[in-house]
Write a new protein. Structure first.
Length: 275
């Protein structure tokens, strides 16, 4: 199968069947010692958009994937809830014979990471939550433009439109330097409309508020002070409710995991390596 970006030795794409549907899974250096870092990506975003961030985590086994209906993964006939997405990810980890792992959730993927940490406390060691919230029904919503645009995948269907509207959705440095957003999004793969809509519904109908206080994992929360999509009150709420959490704020918007990836790579590496 042709992939959208060159990969390096130790990288592998594969398909894993879960309940009759194929999920595209990417692994890097899985033979290395230590628990892998599982990365859950944002709404409608395929593996390729994570590769620049993953390059800043060079010493760690990594697992990531295209969620159902996203990238090269199949689209289920019936949209999955956040709990069902977590069950699919559990099946992927079981298929890879992964017992212990750390998890990083970015934006929409932060909700999935929270669900995994809640559902698999004996297997999930540490939790990193980046530019995310406690769920659609427990969120401070962003700007009207961001809220209107996030509900539909049109920016993936037209690159010209996406390059125009994306900076206004993401805020911060994306507005000041729209070329950053164009660089970030150039390897996007259009999700299916059904898959994207199901992801939106899963997020909007889910919340971690009832059990955030039960999470036991050491947690690093990452926020962008200028984020107009999932603004900083969301990350402050997470930090206040998760017992063993600390918050790092960057002078950036929702593009922080790309624009500040070198700094964040060091932060995440230090956090995961700490005793």
């Amino acid at each position: 199968m042709k992939h959208d970006l060159p990969t390096r030795p130790g990288d592998e794409f594969r398909f894993i069947e879960v309940e009759g549907h194929r999920l595209r899974v990417f692994t890097r250096d899985l033979e290395k010692a230590g628990p892998p870092l599982v990365i859950c990506n944002g709404l409608g975003q395929a593996v390729e958009m994570l590769l620049p961030m993953m390059d800043e985590l060079p010493d760690r086994p990594i697992i990531t994937f295209d969620a159902a209906g996203v990238g090269r993964s199949d689209t289920p006939d019936v949209g999955a809830s956040m709990q069902q997405h977590a069950l699919m990810l559990r099946a992927v980890l079981d298929a890879l014979d992964v017992e212990q792992f750390d998890i990083l959730g970015i934006s929409w993927g932060g909700a999935l990471a929270q669900q995994i940490a809640h559902d698999m406390p004996d297997r999930c060691r540490k939790l990193v939550l980046a530019i995310t919230s406690a769920g659609g029904i427990a969120s401070w919503w962003g700007s009207p433009v961001a809220l209107a645009e996030i509900m539909f995948p049109w920016r993936y269907f037209s690159k010209a439109y996406g390059d125009f509207i994306g900076p206004f959705m993401y805020g911060g440095e994306a507005i000041l330097h729209p070329e950053l957003f164009r660089e970030y999004s150039r390897h996007a793969i259009r999700p299916s409309y059904e898959g994207y809509s199901a992801q939106v519904k899963a997020m909007c109908s889910w919340s971690s508020l009832p059990w955030l206080h039960q999470l036991k994992q050491p947690t690093q929360i990452i926020a962008g002070a200028g984020d107009t999509l999932i603004p900083i009150p969301n990350q402050i709420l997470l930090a206040s409710l998760i017992p063993n959490a600390k918050l790092q704020i960057y002078p950036a918007g929702h593009l922080v995991m790309y624009s500040r990836r070198a700094e964040i790579g060091q932060l995440v590496t230090g956090f995961l390596n700490a005793a």
